[in-house]
Design a protein around this ligand. Sequence first.
Ligand SMILES: Nc1ncnc2c1ncn2[C@@H]1O[C@H](COP(=O)(O)OP(=O)(O)OP(=O)(O)O)[C@@H](O)[C@H]1O
Ligand SMILES: [Mg+2]
Length: 406
Amino acid sequence: MTPTQQQPIVEPVPADSIPDDTTGRALRLRIRQQELLAELGVLALQGTSFTGMLEHTARITAEGLGADYCKVLEYLPAENRLLVKAGVGWGPGVVGHATVGADLASPAGYALHTGKPVISNHLGNEQRFRTPELLVEHGIRRAMNVILQGDGSPFGVLEVDSRSEGEFSEHDVAFLQGAANILGMAIEQQRYQRKLQLALDRHQVLLKEVNHRVKNSLQVVSSMLHLQSAAVGDPDLSDRLTEASNRIAAIGHAYERLAYNADYENIDLVAYLREVIEDLEKSAAPFKIDFVAPDEIQFAADRAILVALIINELVLNAGKYAYPDGGSGSIFVRLVQLDSTSVQVSVRDEGIGMPAGFDPSASKRLGTRLVNALARQLDAELTQPATAVGTNFTLIVPLQANTKRV
Ligand SMILES: Nc1ncnc2c1ncn2[C@@H]1O[C@H](COP(=O)(O)OP(=O)(O)OP(=O)(O)O)[C@@H](O)[C@H]1O
Ligand SMILES: [Mg+2]
């Protein structure tokens, strides 16, 4: 809906209720000017583009003052001149090209440097200012100039010009200044938004860089632990170091995804877990990991890391204990989006099953304690559904963190 089509909040004054004498005509003009200022205000609030705002201001100002010409002048400090940035009424080659002097001897320059509005109703007899060439060429008889504030320093000047006889009044200059103020506010607002956007873009670049570095550092630590694991010569210690290396690598993959992601908070849980499982396959060999998941699940990266660490522990356990005789057993990892609020992760094997009487809540082993602690951190529900054969750990994880927790 364009602003002019909007329903007025106040009933308009019926045109025929205003007498058609001089006072009535003046009143009608002021009412029209108010409407035009309101229209310009709505355009500014709607986020009209910068160029659009300049053009609308020139059009609305010319209409409100019944003038043939109007121009938005942008101050060029290096040349101390004012460029016709937008306008109505001018022939080809003026808008975007013509300039007028911004010295105090020109009406526009005076308005710019003093901040005071200038009304020149008789340019032909003007003693105070020099009439700019552009106005002479177009046969302009009278003009008004007001300052156009920008972001901190003035943007330039709003000028209205007319070839007809008559006089611009104090009321007209108030209308002109009103239009300039709305445009100035819109210019300031848009510059502010551009600055904010730049700051946000920079913030995102930095965040990606940080994620990239975290990922690199984790990769280095993980590789070092892996090398150490091969060198210690103690099978138990070697296993521990490999597990630590796996955990760190799993976290590293999440940072890698974040570093190359458009989104800097969420990652695709499915693609991420696929990478983590690929790494685990090496540690769980010769057992195969059968991973089934939907195409994509967007998930907060910090929570995805916790899910990956749980899977890491459960899959390594299955690899270590489920099939003591070796062979061709499989480890099944399933990821299902239950509804719009939660996902279900299950790690299952078809091996020998948990030791009789094993109580996960009472276990002193690091693996079980880690899994329980990570599940609590995720506000997830960890269960062990009964299976005819092997073990089955199932985890229901809310998509969003419980914000009430501190
Ligand atoms: N998939 C499984 N199949 C058979 N037994 C299992 C399975 N997962 C775990 N267990 C048994 O549960 C015990 C506890 O596991 P947990 O992960 O807590 O400790 P761990 O693997 O022995 O040591 P850690 O994980 O601290 O290195 C294991 O020692 C193992 O006996
Ligand atoms: Mg374990």
